[in-house]
Unconditional design. Structure first.
Length: 201
């Protein structure tokens, strides 16, 4: 297989009924800062959600990683077009066609709505059906039970736990749960996500 083009994994607009994912831009700052205020997720010690005051630095960090070919960051908009959070393709390995979906956070008002399910469906569809990935990873703190349950509901399988993987912002050592979805599993995962979106509520 030939080497992928340098920009093949860069962020591209993805849109559905409940969510739109736009390539991250600095002019999204004010909307992202306002979304972060809804729920104050940066106060959770086991997450890395940017505070409103730290949003500009976080946008700059993600855009620099994008320039290095290591991340494709998105701004998440809800069905009404209101900025509601961030997500990314990260730890991009173009030569092996592997990617992680992560650094995701949402305003409290859109949590437990179809937005996240459809966002994951869009990102996974693009990863497997356009980028021809051999695996898509998800990683989260071992204590982030909400995130772990959400990843498992997608149909991702636990590959293992990286012990003492990173230092958390409070100085504690983080054990990281690593999950993945493979191409052979994608048809069932896709059908399940579509059913989740279509079922009566």
């Amino acid at each position: 297989m030939s080497e992928p083009a340098a920009n093949e994994f860069s962020a591209t607009p993805l849109s559905g009924q409940h969510v739109t994912l736009l390539p991250l831009a600095m002019d999204h700052h004010d909307g992202l800062a306002e979304a972060a205020r809804d729920g104050e997720l940066w106060r959770l010690w086991y997450t890395l959600v940017p505070s409103p005051e730290g949003m500009a630095a976080e946008i700059e960090r993600r855009l620099k990683l994008q320039q290095a070919g290591l991340m494709a960051p998105f701004t998440v908009l809800d069905a009404a077009g209101q900025i509601s959070g961030m997500t990314t393709y990260m730890n991009i390995d173009q030569s092996n066609r592997r990617v992680e979906i992560g650094s995701t956070w949402y305003a409290a008002r859109v949590q437990k709505t179809p937005l996240n399910t459809e966002a994951k469906l869009l990102l996974l569809t693009h990863a497997f059906e356009t980028l021809d990935c051999i695996a898509v990873e998800f990683r989260t703190h071992v204590f982030n039970q909400q995130s772990r349950r959400a990843i498992e509901r997608l149909g991702a399988k636990l590959d293992g736990i990286l012990r003492n993987h990173q230092r958390a912002k409070n100085g504690s050592l983080r054990d990281t749960c690593v999950y993945s979805i493979l191409p052979s599993e994608w048809p069932a995962v896709k059908a399940h996500l579509q059913w989740q979106l279509e079922k009566p509520r």
